[in-house]
Design a protein around this ligand. Structure first.
Ligand SMILES: Cc1cc2nc3c(=O)[nH]c(=O)nc-3n(C[C@H](O)[C@H](O)[C@H](O)COP(=O)(O)OP(=O)(O)OC[C@H]3O[C@@H](n4cnc5c(N)ncnc54)[C@H](O)[C@@H]3O)c2cc1C
Length: 427
């Protein structure tokens, strides 16, 4: 499916974005075509051997996700536009869409937690003709879903802070120029002990230990990062210096998840659209379903089911992004979007493989790649299980009636309940 096959609303939005990016020297159609061309290679190697961008594109790519006040593209300031763009890029290649230069997942915590001067310095790095990446590091080898239990420590010294610990599965971690790193000043304090630091890749004590070989989304080069007596200055601690309490840094991580879950879901919508288009191309070229007893009507019913699921996932992405653009708190919507899009991606990619069988997969390797990418997507930014857990908690809270609210007979029990809620990945 090309952007011209999409609904007129989406086509209009993507045309508007493409025009704005063209003014900044980036040809979106050409970029998408090049991403498709190097998709198999980057999946096979886990690297961007042949970058899909040209030297002229880099400045515009670097500035994607940079707020307008720091030079970002006004057409991409709202989340609906970002989601539309991500769906377009995801249709070309999900992994490369997440591996394109730019601040990426590091942007929301910087906007939420950093002072104006820190923000200006951080975003200025991306005003460059050389590719630049940002990264967001919270997951540790023993603490993923339970992120507030992190072990990476931050110790205050006379000159600044010393960080010690290990982070893992960090998107673009190996290529990032700076990594927003979450560390704890006191593990006993749970989420309130967490602080966020901007760590430059050249800081002594900071190393990229290895890049994981993943089942899917390989071009994102998930990295293991080590901090061994890694000393940063006082100014590396993200601190707004206004009403925002310093001990609320975990909310910056939450901000990143709320912001990115609909965007990642849009990437998966794009991937499902591509799977659907590849299936159609294969059938049109005379491909026969793996199960040769399947009737034409049953194949058509499967395709219609795929179309319905993709449309529903996109509507959810769009609705969540639309709400976020209007300042509505969207934590629950973001979780619902990601949980649903993740299920749709798993179901659509599985259905496509079942339908196409080995002949179809040989003709269109992207079908099998999309299946693996969908699996990685389910884990990224909080697993599907955790999203469902958070949705259930939020639903439980919202359905309670005033007459259900009772003073807890045992206040310690309610504290324990609160502390359980506050120590999960998405407290
Ligand atoms: C492609 C990709 C990109 C990523 N990018 C980043 C990044 O940029 N930065 C970063 O910091 N991290 C990143 N991650 C890490 C990701 O956020 C974690 O992998 C994720 O939070 C899960 O943590 P874990 O791997 O430790 O699994 P665990 O938390 O150990 O979970 C293992 C299993 O147990 C289940 N589980 C855990 N707790 C519960 C519970 N309370 N109830 C029910 N089931 C539960 C999970 O659903 C899962 O199936 C990335 C991961 C992937 C796959």
């Amino acid at each position: 499916m090309t952007r011209h096959d999409q609904t007129s609303q989406q086509a209009h939005t993507i045309d508007y974005i493409a025009t704005a990016l063209a003014d900044r020297g980036l040809d979106l159609d050409l970029l998408a075509r090049r991403m498709r061309a190097v998709s198999t290679e980057s999946d096979a190697t886990g690297e961007i051997v042949s970058p899909p961008w040209h030297a002229d594109d880099v400045s515009a790519l670097n500035m994607n996700l940079v707020p307008t006040r720091y030079g970002g593209c006004p057409a991409l300031e709202c989340l609906v536009a970002q989601a539309t763009l991500m769906a377009c890029l995801g249709e070309a290649d999900a992994s490369l869409a997440l591996a394109l230069p730019g601040p990426g997942l590091a942007m929301p915590p910087v906007v939420a937690l950093a002072s104006t001067q820190q923000q200006a310095r951080f975003f200025q790095r991306f005003q460059s003709g050389t590719p630049r990446w940002g990264a967001f590091a919270i997951t540790e080898p023993d603490f993923g879903s339970d992120a507030t239990a992190m072990r990476t420590s931050a110790r205050k010294t006379g000159r600044g802070w010393v960080l010690n610990g290990t982070k893992c599965f960090i998107t673009n971690g190996a290529r990032a120029d700076c990594v927003i790193t979450f560390a704890t000043v006191n593990r006993q304090m749970g989420r309130y002990g967490v602080r966020a630091f901007l760590v430059d890749r050249n800081t002594p004590g900071f190393t990229v230990s290895r890049i994981e070989w993943m089942a899917g989304l390989r071009a994102t080069q998930l990295a293991v990062l080590s901090y061994a007596d890694c000393e940063v200055t006082d100014d590396a601690l993200l601190a707004r210096g206004d009403e925002k309490p310093l001990d609320d840094a975990f909310s910056g991580a939450q901000r990143s998840w709320d912001y990115f879950r609909p965007l990642l879901s849009a990437v998966m919508v794009g991937t499902c659209r591509r799977v659907r288009a590849d299936l159609a191309a294969w059938l049109d070229a005379g491909g026969t379903p793996a199960d040769r007893h399947r009737s034409v009507a049953s194949v058509e019913a499967s395709l219609r089911d795929i179309d319905r699921q993709i449309a529903a996932a996109w509507l959810l992405c769009h609705c969540t992004a639309w709400k976020a653009d209007r300042g509505v708190a969207t934590s629950m919507d973001s979780s619902m979007t990601k949980a649903f899009a993740s299920r749709v991606a798993a179901r659509v990619t599985r259905a496509a493989m079942d339908l196409a069988g080995i002949d179809g997969i040989t003709a269109f390797p992207s079908l099998e790649q999309a299946y693996r990418d969908a699996k990685a997507f389910d884990i990224m930014e909080g697993t599907g299980d955790l999203q469902r857990l958070m949705i259930a908690r939020a639903a439980q809270r919202s359905t309670s009636r005033p007459w259900d609210i009772r003073e807890p007979s045992n206040p310690r029990a309610s504290d324990a309940h609160r502390s359980r809620q506050e120590t999960s990945h998405d407290a």
